[in-house]
Design a protein around this ligand. Structure first.
Ligand code: NAD
Ligand code: UDP
Ligand code: UDP
Length: 318
């Protein structure tokens, strides 16, 4: 395999740090670009001694002139509390960030992958969600800065492909979890595990009847790399990447309580606006195109994630 020089934007975040690590393990050279909004140096600290790893503090809403062979564009806060903290910046990151990274890819004639999201389907009327479903998104609600930003980024990717013959790959990532999610990330898996380990109430929003399908990070990273490497140049996606195992949020809460042996009780909180009721990927396309399907089931993935947060909490206590 030829050694490539690969840019990972958002490389110090949860998914980005695992992706950088895997690409380095494969023998590539990796440049991690991040503004450290939700990413953390701790996520990439173990990589910085590797001479083939480089880190650049940079905000992708500004132009970036560098030379690489491939780009994985992951820069964007992914947790609702973080992307709603500065919603205008979230849209800028998705849209201006995409334009800059596409402009870069166009100049260097490099392949570029976009980390899109199941949020492009919004609160879906089709279940499970297939790539040809156009979605059901509120364009001006609290989640719109993320959902519409990511939808516009997809538009840009496909227009650069049509207009400039750029080689693009669009991955629609469904809820992914695992070690290196930030302690304050606010997404459901990390919240529930930390609450359970601390014996605090488990905050279930609404009645907990809404569903999500949770993919373990190693599976997801494997899917991203295969989509980038193992598909012909003319293959663009969009391709769903996620675990089809579907659970209600209440089931997740009960599973985490059981697995941690926690005495935490469940506390019901108001359901945030526009919270999608159900979500499950149809991964037929990923199976047939790159032979990909998740290998890690929820229990095994949760076990590894619980171990990680347990160690983090112990380190914090000293
Ligand atoms: P994360 O918040 O841990 O990582 C995002 C990274 O992007 C962080 O390191 C952050 O500092 C960086 N970033 C944010 N704005 C930036 C900017 N303007 N310039 C440079 N860097 C910037 O989230 P994650 O879960 O690792 O998500 C990574 C990508 O995958 C995101 O694009 C997200 O939308 C997408 N995604 C993730 C999931 C999931 O479940 N984890 C699901 C769907 C899509
Ligand atoms: N760009 C960048 N790095 C590059 C090339 C371009 O950041 O190596 C940015 C630049 O800011 C530009 C944007 O990408 O505005 C879009 O580039 P494109 O060539 O598509 O458009 P144009 O330069 O004509 O605006
Ligand atoms: N959720 C919850 N309690 C929490 C955090 C999230 O019940 O402490 C719910 C949230 O309302 C949503 C689901 O869990 O229905 C997944 O939320 P998350 O923020 O992880 O991701 P989303 O898929 O909504 O972007």
């Amino acid at each position: 395999m030829a050694k490539k020089s690969i840019l990972v934007t958002g490389g110090s975040g949860f998914l980005g740090s695992h992706l950088c690590e895997r690409l380095l393990d494969m023998g590539h050279e990796v440049l991690c670009v991040d503004n450290f909004f939700t990413g953390q140096k701790a996520n990439i600290l173990h990589l910085v001694d590797n001479p083939y790893f480089e880190v650049l503090r940079h905000d992708v809403t500004f132009p970036l002139y560098i030379e690489v062979d491939e780009i994985y564009n992951l820069a964007c806060p992914a947790s609702p509390i973080h992307y709603q903290f500065d919603p205008v910046q979230t849209t800028k990151t998705s849209v201006h960030g995409a334009i800059n990274m596409l402009g870069l890819a166009k100049r260097i004639r490099g392949k570029i992958l976009q980390a899109s999201t199941s949020e492009v389907y919004g609160d879906p009327e089709m279940h499970p969600q297939r790539e040809d479903y156009w979605g059901h998104v509120n364009p001006n609600g609290l989640r719109a800065c993320y959902d519409e930003g990511k939808r516009c980024a997809e538009t840009l990717f496909f227009d650069y492909h049509r207009q400039h013959k750029l080689r693009i790959k669009v991955a629609r990532i469904f809820n992914t979890y695992g070690p290196r999610m930030a302690m304050n990330d606010g997404r459901v898996v990390s919240n529930f595990i930390i609450q359970a380990l601390q014996g605090k109430p488990i905050t279930v929003y609404g009645k907990g009847e809404q569903t999500r399908s949770f993919c373990y990070v190693d599976d997801l990273v494997d899917g991203l790399i295969r989509l980038m490497q193992d598909t012909p140049d003319e293959f663009t996606g969009p391709m769903n990447l996620g675990n089809p195992g579907e659970f209600t949020i209440l089931e997740l809460a009960e599973t985490v309580i059981a697995m941690t042996g926690s005495k935490s009780r469940i506390e019901f909180k108001p359901l945030p606006s526009d919270d999608p009721m159900q979500r499950r990927p149809d991964i037929t396309l990923a199976k047939s195109t790159i032979g990909w399907e998740p290998r890690v089931n929820l229990e095994i993935g949760l076990r590894k994630t619980i171990e990680y947060f347990d160690a983090q909490l112990k380190a914090e206590r000293g």
